[in-house]
Ligand binder design. Structure first.
Ligand code: IYR
Length: 229
């Protein structure tokens, strides 16, 4: 391979130069990264303190670095700070959640949620300075207006959301993955094109000073992994 790369299937491939660390540095860096991510919590109590748009832009750009099926990047992040729109979203989300909590969710589901302290009140949708509404693009339209389905859309957008959440945490901000169900009202409210489907709604902002999180712990390494060495 030359310094400038080579052609594969008629497409240019360029050299990739990863950063390289010693074994010791790698151990230190992975520990630090784990410690940082392990401090993340899903927070439901937000401050209304504003967050600069440029910060949200960097966070979305970070999410947009995710890998995706055939590099289709089948995601759209709608960042909403408009108070009127946030109120409409809250109103519609709470309507669905009332139906969920009262009629759609099983006894077992409600019991599983009890430790988290969730309910039909979604005031965070109005208090948080930003809502990031993630849409997945199930297909794209070519120049002739023909539909072409994207590939591994759920996997791709799920990975991007993980990176979005990490970027939010890295900024010292908080979020939670809110999944009002069904979520179609969000595509309607935001007048999204017909190739987009609502995927996840994330309020983003500073944690309220008196924010509380449930006293729960994470599974141990031995519970989440099996090593084949
Ligand atoms: N979508 C509802 C219910 C809910 C479901 C799960 I699974 C959670 O982990 C948390 C909440 C809500 O947002 O309240």
């Amino acid at each position: 391979m030359t310094e400038s790369g080579k052609m594969i299937n008629g497409f240019k491939h360029i050299p990739y130069k990863p950063k390289s660390f010693s074994g010791e540095e790698m151990l230190e860096k992975t520990k630090e990264f784990y410690n940082s991510l392990n401090d993340r919590r899903s927070v439901r109590h937000f401050s209304d303190k504003p967050v600069p748009k440029a910060v949200i832009e960097n966070i979305i750009k970070s999410a947009g670095t995710a890998p995706s099926g055939a590099h289709k990047q089948p995601w759209k992040f709608c960042a909403i700070s408009n108070a009127e729109l946030k109120s409409k979203i809250r109103e519609a989300a709470e309507k669905e959640e009332k139906e969920n909590y009262n009629n759609r969710m099983s006894e077992r589901w409600l019991k599983d949620l009890a430790p988290l302290g969730t309910d039909t009140n979604k005031e965070f949708l109005e208090i948080a300075p930003w809502l990031i509404m993630v849409f997945k693009e199930v297909f794209e339209l070519n120049a002739k207006g023909e539909k072409h389905n994207n590939y591994y859309v759920n996997e791709s957008v799920g990975i991007a959301c993980g990176m979005l959440i990490s970027a939010i945490h890295n900024a010292g901000l908080v979020t939670l993955t809110h999944t009002p169900s069904p979520m179609n009202f969000l595509a309607t409210l935001l007048k999204r094109p017909k190739n987009e489907r609502a995927y996840l709604l994330l309020p983003v902002g500073y944690a309220a000073e008196d924010a509380l999180v449930p006293d729960i712990s994470r599974k141990e390494l031995s519970q989440i992994s099996d090593f084949y060495v």
